[in-house]
Design a binder for this molecule. Structure first.
Ligand code: NAD
Length: 563
């Protein structure tokens, strides 16, 4: 195995490579790009190490401490003030729905109007605030998150039922977003200089205006943090509307951003019902940008609504919409099955299949199909399903009763469309769904085409690699995808032909890391540049070109101003 590593001399010498290449001094990736020269490696935040007893204890103690504060009320922040609301709803623990994690004040349409007015008033000042001041606030927010790492982890475990170690990785991602976008804004702030003799030509960026962020519940800390701080650091006054089921965590983000120093009106926290208040803000003529992550259905609705020019609106809105996926992993006949089975199981059932990047289809080469399915079934059988806060839990609950019912309906449909390879039982209390693997699924079956967003995996057989790619590409989505293979020509074809935004080869397909693996899809998985990547901030900015004739013009000072 060692001698067949892609980088090994023995393996490469059998690929007819020229002698000079084989004998050349090793480089990190074979090819030097401009980024190797100008960009240092971004230092990602480190996760806690739960193998270390002290860190594990700290995490569990934090859950205990958070429990002492259950049921507290969290209010919106409008123009710098915590504001009372007429409507208050409960956010419950999906592992144990009797436990009310927090009570959330939902804003009314009038309060949304008030917040947009406050954002409008704050915009001229925020636009002029030097970039270094804005980036300092982001870096302070990152430091505050690091300080509160265990506490944030605890609230995620309790509010969205995500297993402990995955919550911890999410805190690191949120911290990375703050630091990475601060670095990126400082880079963009330098602008470009295209001067010629007698003329200066300067290319720079300005913020777009009022920015609405609408976030999902499944990455309740990292996604809203990333979308919000990118919008803020680029100089936009930003309103954060989180998903109803993860508003307690979102209010922790709000607390941190206010403490870090975002001025009143610049950042506002506006929890509310998506279909009423969310919709109202999307349509508002003073909103310039909408940054959405969530389902395809809501994303397409927002895209259409934002395209309509409303009375009084003097601009076209920009929509960034990161939406769903129906992600496939191809396992070919040369794959290392131990590696493939473990990677597929983690990618499919980590956070109960509720990651946008989760694997929901496996396309397996005919010669190894039966062996793979057999091992996949046994690996699935070994999963621990239970309360998210137990360190031994691998599969926790799904987010709420509606999701549970929807997933169960898909499972019932799957039983009519394909064969059950394994269906696990799950605890009765709480919103649990046991992982299900369907085998011999037709590529056109509903369970092979629609995003289920739960622990349901469809296994399909392909006669050859061309067919495997066709099946993998045969949905409306293009978010993540993976390949397990030891055949170089298959790996090359997958790199070129697999239609996904993020492709992972010989590893799991979830857990993208800021700066190293910028994340996002195309086709009906979304419009927008990749989060955590070098083009992301450009979406929140308007570029401007300023050309000045600097040949002798004479000098006519205004008295008292220029003299
Ligand atoms: P959702 O679409 O139900 O809700 C997302 C947000 O939209 C929530 O804040 C909700 O309140 C709001 N909303 C709902 N209706 C609205 C309306 N009419 N106008 C304005 N806002 C409205 O999605 P969800 O269930 O929270 O999240 C799960 C979905 O998110 C999955 O489809 C998943 O694939 C997707 N997702 C994608 C990515 C990605 O990067 N591509 C990342 C995470 C999640």
């Amino acid at each position: 195995m060692e001698n067949t590593a892609n980088s090994s001399f023995l393996r490469q010498s059998s690929e007819n490579k020229p002698l000079e290449e084989l004998l050349a001094a090793p480089t990190t990736n074979g090819k030097t790009t401009i980024h190797d020269i100008v960009k240092p490696v971004f230092p990602n935040a480190a996760d806690s190490d739960y193998a270390n007893a002290q860190q594990r204890e700290q995490a569990l103690n934090s859950i205990g401490k958070a429990r002492l504060q259950l049921g507290k009320t969290y209010l919106p922040i409008i123009n710098g003030e915590y504001t009372n609301t007429a409507q208050i709803v409960d956010s419950v623990n999906p592992s144990n729905p009797k436990e009310v994690v927090g009570k959330i004040g939902l804003i009314s349409v009038e309060q949304a109007e008030h917040a947009i007015k406050a954002a409008k008033a704050a915009f001229p000042g925020w636009k002029k605030t030097p970039v270094r001041e804005r980036t300092a606030i982001l870096r302070k927010a990152a430091d505050l998150m690091e300080k509160r790492r265990h506490e944030l982890t605890a609230w995620m475990v309790l509010e969205v039922g995500k297993p402990l170690n995955q919550c911890n990785a999410e805190v690191s991602e949120a911290i990375d977003f703050c630091r990475y976008y601060a670095d990126e804004m400082e880079r963009l702030d330098m602008g470009y200089k295209y001067d010629t003799a007698g003329e200066t030509d300067r290319y720079s960026y300005q913020p777009r205006g009022i920015s609405l962020v609408i976030s999902p519940w499944n990455f309740p800390l990292a996604i809203p943090t990333g979308m919000t701080v990118s919008s803020l650091v680029t100089g936009n006054c930003t309103l954060l509307k989180p998903a109803e089921t993860s508003s307690v965590i979102a209010s922790k983000i709000a607390e941190i951003l206010v403490e870090a120093g975002f001025p009143k009106g610049v950042f506002q926290f506006v929890p509310g019902k998506g279909s009423s208040v969310g919709d109202f803000m999307v349509k508002h003529p003073d909103v310039n940008s909408i940054t959405f992550t969530g389902s395809q259905e809501v994303g397409c609705h927002i895209y259409a609504e934002a395209a309509i020019l409303r009375p009084g609106q003097k601009h076209l809105k920009r929509v960034i919409a990161e939406m769903g996926g129906k992600n496939a992993i191809i396992v070919d006949e040369s794959a290392d099955l131990d590696q493939a089975v473990a990677g597929v199981v983690y990618s499919a059932f980590g956070y109960s299949g509720q990651k946008c990047s989760a694997c929901s289809r496996v396309v397996v080469s005919a010669p190894i199909y039966d062996a793979f399915v057999e091992r996949l079934v046994e690996a699935t059988r070994s999963l621990n399903i239970g309360d998210a806060e137990k360190p031994s839990t691998q599969v926790g609950p799904v987010i709420d009763d509606k999701a549970q019912k929807r997933i169960q309906e898909y499972i019932a449909k799957g039983k009519r469309e394909a064969k059950v390879a394994i269906e696990m039982t799950a605890p009765e209390d709480g919103y649990f769904v046991g992982p299900v693997v369907f085998k011999d699924v037709s590529p056109n079956a509903t369970i092979a085409q629609e995003e289920i967003f739960g622990p349901v995996l469809a296994v399909m057989k392909a006669q050859n690699f061309t067919e495997a790619l066709e099946i993998a590409n045969g949905t409306n989505f293009a978010l993540t995808g993976g390949l397990y293979s030891r055949t170089p020509s298959h790996i090359e074809r997958a790199k070129a032909e697999f239609e996904v935004g993020n492709i992972y080869i010989n590893r799991g397909i979830t857990g993208a890391i800021v700066s190293r693996q910028p994340f996002g899809g195309f086709k009906l998985s979304g419009v927008g540049s990749k989060a955590g990547g070098p083009d992301y901030l450009l979406q929140f900015l308007e570029p401007r070109t300023i050309t000045e004739n600097v040949q002798r013009q004479g000098f006519a000072p205004i008295e008292g101003v220029d003299s």
